[in-house]
Design a protein around this ligand. Structure first.
Ligand code: DX5
Ligand code: ZN
Length: 215
């Protein structure tokens, strides 16, 4: 399949949020990536439901919510109510991951699981047939604009091979430090979805940058 591009709203100018969302609507972006942080699982806060509600009313692309929070199951119903398309929860936050994945799917959303950089892909082998996507963090979650961790390539290759051997359609998304330099190597390693924050929103011509990320 052709790869997807999901700009991360975290790097947008929140003082002109409507303009930023309109830019995404006009662009070739496939999804809008939404980073929700709780200040507990990650050492930062981002935005919560009031902002998400405003975004959901304006955006015309599917919303890809990346939950960096403890007890993500508490918020799933509200996310479904806002029309979120894809939800990824962190492996590290879900002691009953199988149950949480089922809950996401029962609410009509696509379910993804995220792995922090230190966690090996084999942790997901048993849950893989149940999930629509695995999000591989290529930085430690919590902040935009960090340096890409090079070990991510090998991790993606390993996960791609597990997915293929099992005959699954699970997507692989990569998040953190993705730019125009490393995107081809990431796609070659087996990535389906590129998340990009500063690369898109801090570039002089975000529409053109998204177009380049799509090629
Ligand atoms: C980090 C977030 C990322 C972040 C990526 O915790 O999950 O989505 O916004 O930003 P860049 O592309 O700037 O590294
Ligand atoms: Zn993210």
């Amino acid at each position: 399949m052709n790869h997807l591009v999901a700009p991360s709203l975290l790097a947008a100018d929140f003082g002109k949020l409507n303009d930023e969302i309109d830019m995404i609507n006009r662009s070739e972006a496939d999804w809008l990536h939404l980073d929700m942080m709780d200040g507990v699982f990650v050492p930062n806060l981002s935005f919560g439901f009031p902002v998400l509600e405003a975004v959901s009313k304006r955006v015309q692309k599917p919303m890809d919510a990346h939950l960096m929070m403890v007890h993500p199951e508490m918020y799933l119903e509200r996310l479904a109510g806002l029309g979120i398309y894809h939800v990824t929860v962190h492996y590290e936050t879900c002691p009953h991951l199988h149950r949480t994945v089922q809950q996401i799917k029962e609410l009509g959303m696509k379910a993804g699981v995220t792995l922090n950089p230190h966690n090996p892909v084999h942790l997901l082998e048993e849950i893989l047939p149940e999930v629509d996507m695995v999000l591989i963090m290529s930085v430690n979650p919590g902040y935009g604009g960090q340096h890409f961790i090079p070990q991510t390539y090998e991790k993606i290759r390993k996960l791609r091979s597990i997915i293929e051997k099992a005959g699954l359609q699970t997507l692989i998304e990569v998040d953190g430090g993705v730019d125009l330099e490393n995107k081809n190597d990431l796609l070659k390693a087996g990535v389906d979805v590129l998340v990009t924050g500063v690369t898109v929103f801090h570039s002089p011509n975000p529409l053109e940058t998204i177009r380049k990320l799509k090629t």
